[in-house]
Design a protein around this ligand. Structure first.
Ligand SMILES: [Zn+2]
Length: 78
């Protein structure tokens, strides 16, 4: 008996800020986006449980991103 074990990363765009903000890189006034990146343990290619979940804010114009907490991400999307 054997198990085919691996890891798989997923990226999910959660949405954009409700208010416009200024990008620290390109200085444009724009609605920044929020994305959730997660890494899952897979058994036979089926995701079983997450190994890590991280949230990032990103600028859709220049692509720069910075890690934020889950609490910050939820507050920014309200
Ligand atoms: Zn930018």
């Amino acid at each position: 008996m054997f198990f085919l074990v691996g890891v798989q990363s997923y990226s999910h765009e959660l949405g954009f800020y409700k208010k416009e903000g200024t990008c620290p890189n390109c200085n444009r006034t724009i609605k920044l986006g929020i994305v959730r990146n997660s890494v899952w343990l897979t058994i036979f290619f089926v995701p079983c449980f997450p190994l890590s979940i991280k949230y990032f804010k990103f600028c859709p114009e220049c692509g720069i991103s910075a890690q934020i907490t889950r609490k910050e991400a939820k507050a920014l999307l309200k």
